[in-house]
Design a protein around this ligand. Structure first.
Ligand code: NAD
Length: 543
């Protein structure tokens, strides 16, 4: 091959501009004749891609189309995503990514990211070096053990790190060239995949805990050696590993878990905006959870911190938060059977499974559903919440929609339109007392991309809980009074880049305040964040 440079340009998605290469570039890079004659702008190419995507028969086909675009021309891919975030984010991430993961072996066309399996034990450092790029700043990693609400999907879960990193770049502007999706392909306990001829992962059962944690230790140490200063976001790990890994690593290197910490921040932001709507403080709220897993306890911990930041002592803050799991209220009498992360919430209360009774006695201002139990917030629950509140806060956060504790319609109808509502899954617009209401969705996308941008720009050494509290407060600030009055608790997603810029700037300030940055503090942090924000463009390549 004697025109390698030209073929490299056309085949490298970070450099390729397709018909966007100018006449000068075509001449200089020996591209003449290799492209159709017309030189097109990025806008024209976005228009064509948008029409091609629309013409796909269904959302999974659109997902496959967009993945192909990402493999061919990342500038075009991100320009398309940013042109209509509200339309494209659900196609490259939830809900479509769930279907894509289930069918990963069938829709697979070309590889992206790194796959590490147990045969590489002892050699992970050298395998990481195969990536070729040394300046990796952001990794999203999963072991596929708890993909969304779909269970153990093994290596099929790779769609999650890929999709999540796309949102880091599209929703906040983390430059895609510094990102790396990783699948820890340690096996799967889902026999269906092991038997599937198209399954692409290791066809073996998951290892015992000792082998697993040794592998994770080797991986995290190797990442720090090969990509010093890189932040690692853990995603969709089974709860039995997610919490211990977060506990073990959070103060050893730059890492976080979005399922736990990102969820906590977005839900806390929703309570802040609900407080704004009611003219109340966070420290006056009493929160009752249905569900005490990673999401429930993560949210509860951050809300306790939010209350403490308004002057409550720790014990009082935790006493204003109660959680139910499948066995009822978390109580001191159950302490021995509770996970360590659940124990701070154990109440001095007799055991009870009566959620409605608890609403009447505890008088929560908010109920949050993270139980995956569809229909759990029924008419009795709504009625009890209305008895103890003028404006009840009701957040059915379980995903997908089929697991939501109630629908938006049920919450508005059951509270006579008084509810302050946000859900985990999207619900369609509805009419309440003659007004059109767009139900709010507490999507983690309001938090993690902005967190990533702040960490990337400041080269943060750690990701801390105060950074998530800062992000929650900053997100709540972005909602305009007009949006709040229209019933929204989160800003519309078509404002996501602007919202992320504000959240990232506030988090960056916190990183500088806490001396966690590896760069000097700039005089204008917002401008500094803007300078670091990726904007897709066909500007001339740097030599
Ligand atoms: P998990 O499996 O760790 O926890 C589920 C909890 O629900 C457990 O404590 C379980 O005991 C409890 N539960 C189950 N059945 C119950 C019942 N009948 N009554 C009371 N409690 C019951 O799961 P998780 O990671 O905490 O996620 C929970 C839900 O939250 C999922 O649907 C997930 O999709 C959703 N979630 C939403 C967001 C978001 O929208 N931003 C983010 C994270 C998680």
């Amino acid at each position: 091959m004697n025109n390698e440079k030209a073929f490299h340009l056309l085949r490298n998605p970070l450099l390729n501009k397709g018909s966007g290469f100018t006449a000068e570039e075509r001449q200089a890079e020996s591209l003449e004749g290799l492209l159709p004659t017309s030189v097109e702008t990025l806008e024209t190419r976005v228009g064509r891609a948008s029409a091609q995507c629309d013409a796909c028969p269904d959302d999974l086909a659109r997902y496959v189309y967009l993945a192909h675009l990402q493999d061919v021309d990342e500038t075009l891919y991100f320009a398309l995503l940013i042109s209509q975030p509200d339309k494209y984010m659900p196609l490259v991430y939830t809900p479509t990514v769930g279907d894509a993961c289930l069918k990963f072996g069938n829709i697979f066309r070309s590889t992206r990211g790194l796959y590490l399996n147990l045969d590489m034990k002892g050699r992970i450092e050298s395998v990481l070096r195969n990536w070729g790029e040394t300046d990796v700043r952001f990794i999203v990693v999963t072991d596929g053990s708890r993909i969304l609400g779909l269970g153990d999907l093994g290596a099929n879960g790779m769609g999650i790190p890929i999709g999540k990193l796309a949102l880091y770049s599209a929703a906040a502007g983390v430059p895609p060239q510094f990102t790396l999706p990783i699948m820890l392909d340690v096996g799967t306990d889902t026999q269906e995949y092991i038997d599937d001829p198209y399954y692409l992962g290791a066809k073996q059962a998951r290892p015992d805990n000792d082998t697993y944690y040794e592998f994770l230790d080797e991986f995290t140490e190797a990442v720090q050696k090969v990509f010093p200063g890189c932040c690692v976001q853990f995603e969709d790990f089974n709860i039995h590993h997610a919490e211990p890994l977060l506990e073990k690593y959070h103060d050893k290197f730059c890492m976080f878990n979005d399922d736990i910490q990102g969820t906590a921040a977005v839900a806390t932001a929703g309570i802040y905006t609900a407080c704004r709507a009611k003219g109340e403080n966070m420290s006056n709220q009493r929160i009752l959870f249905l569900g005490a897993g990673s999401a429930g306890c993560g949210i509860g911990d951050l809300m306790a911190q939010a209350m403490q930041s308004e002057g409550l002592d720790k014990e009082t803050a935790y006493s204003q938060i109660r959680l139910f799991d499948i066995n009822g209220l978390l109580t001191k009498s159950r302490a021995d059977s509770l996970e360590p992360f659940q124990r701070p919430f154990a109440a001095d209360h007799e055991p009870t499974k009566d959620f409605v009774g608890m609403i009447r006695s505890f008088k929560p201002t908010a109920i949050i559903g993270v139980s995956t139990v569809h229909g759990a917030f029924n008419e009795d629950v709504m009625k009890a919440m209305c008895e103890v509140n003028d404006r009840p806060i009701i957040f059915p956060y379980s995903n997908p929609t089929s697991h939501s504790e109630c629908t938006a319609e049920e919450a508005y109808a059951g509270t006579n339109g008084k509810v302050l509502f946000a859900s985990g899954s999207p619900f369609p617009e509805l009419e309440v007392n003659g007004n059109k209401i767009e139900p709010s969705q507490g999507n983690n996308v309001y938090i993690f991309p902005a967190m990533g941008l702040a960490v990337y720009a400041t080269k943060a050494k750690r990701v801390t809980e105060p950074m998530f509290l800062t992000a929650a407060k900053a997100l709540a600030e972005t909602l305009t009074d007009e949006e709040l009055n229209s019933g929204l608790l989160y800003p519309p997603r078509d404002r996501i880049r602007e919202v992320s810029a504000h959240v990232a700037a506030k988090v960056a300030e916190n990183i500088f305040d806490e001396n966690l940055a590896s760069v000097d503090r700039p005089s204008d942090v917002s401008a500094f964040i803007k300078e670091h924000t990726y904007v897709p463009s066909y500007a001339p390549h740097e030599a």
